[in-house]
Design a protein around this ligand. Structure first.
Ligand SMILES: [Zn+2]
Length: 285
């Protein structure tokens, strides 16, 4: 079997002193596991540069049979992205995306839209786009592409369409003020701005689509839903949150003036220990 495609390296595992096992998201063949022999040892191997960082690579792999592991025979940089590695928040955001793909997509299950959305997300990071805004929007897109999504069709408890104020990760649905009030501590807060963004999920997001408070809330909703799907918290979530939490000079041209209180509401829980098994919410009727 011979495979030739564009790919994004999403995971690198040291296999021996000289080799790597790579997880590569390909455009046409989904996520593939590829053995890259000799790339760690030979510094002048052209494949080594192609396989580092966040470039889109043009690669070729061969396998002896349908079930054997692909062996990398060629890898070139098809579309270079050199800057993400040197921007700490962009790097942390890109790593969240890598972990989501690594843990939540099935092997060899092609999804061209996922590949395209991931590529353009990396392009925005490369071009200095707001990591929090783009990550919050792209996670929502990914949830929908993976078939998990969320429901905004009314309160999970009473079906009301107004006074929606919370989001239940467990039910992946919005909750109104009166139904959610008693469980507020276990639910994620919502604003009309975030409900609007959840409904539209514009990609790419226009700058000014969401205030940084809104982007923070949307990020929390997306990452918590994905963590629930994965069965446990994502490892890259903590570092990204910590970086956002400490970014006091954060200036994403907000349509709503961001205050210290907003920031506290959006990121206040970021340093709390992980919620085991997702955020529990059972409506008592
Ligand atoms: Zn309700």
């Amino acid at each position: 079997m011979r495979l030739f495609d564009h790919g994004l390296v999403i995971q690198r595992i040291n296999f021996s002193e000289s080799s790597l096992v790579l997880k590569v998201l390909t455009r046409l063949y989904g996520k593939q596991t590829v053995m890259a022999r000799g790339v760690r040892k030979n510094g002048r191997d052209g494949r080594r540069a192609a396989l580092s960082g966040f470039h889109t690579i043009d690669f070729e792999g061969q396998a002896r049979s349908q079930t054997a592991m692909l062996v990398l025979t060629r890898a070139d940089i098809g579309h270079a992205r050199h800057r993400i590695l040197h921007q700490p928040t962009a790097l942390a955001a890109a790593q969240v995306m890598q972990e989501v793909i690594s843990r939540l997509t099935a092997d060899a299950d092609p999804c061209e839209a996922l590949f395209d959305v991931t590529s353009s997300f990396l392009d925005f990071l490369e071009d200095g786009g707001d990591p929090l805004l783009h990550l919050s929007m792209v996670l929502g897109r990914v949830l929908h592409l993976l078939g998990y999504g969320w429901r905004l069709s009314g309160c999970v408890g009473c079906g009301r369409l107004d006074n929606l104020a919370f989001f239940s990760v467990k039910r992946q649905q919005v909750v109104c003020t009166s139904c959610g009030g008693p469980y507020a501590e276990r639910l994620l807060p919502l604003t009309s701005e975030v409900i609007w963004a959840m409904d539209r999920l514009d990609w790419p997001p226009a700058s000014g689509t969401l205030s940084s408070h809104g982007a923070g809330l949307l990020y929390r909703i997306g990452i918590n839903c994905l963590a629930r799907m994965a069965g446990e918290r994502l490892l890259t979530d903590g570092p990204f949150r910590a970086m956002m939490d400490h970014r006091f000079g954060y200036t994403h041209a907000p349509p709503i003036q961001e205050t210290a209180d907003d920031r506290q509401r959006a990121f206040g829980n970021f340093s709390l220990p992980p919620v085991q098994g997702g955020i529990g919410f059972e409506l008592q009727k």
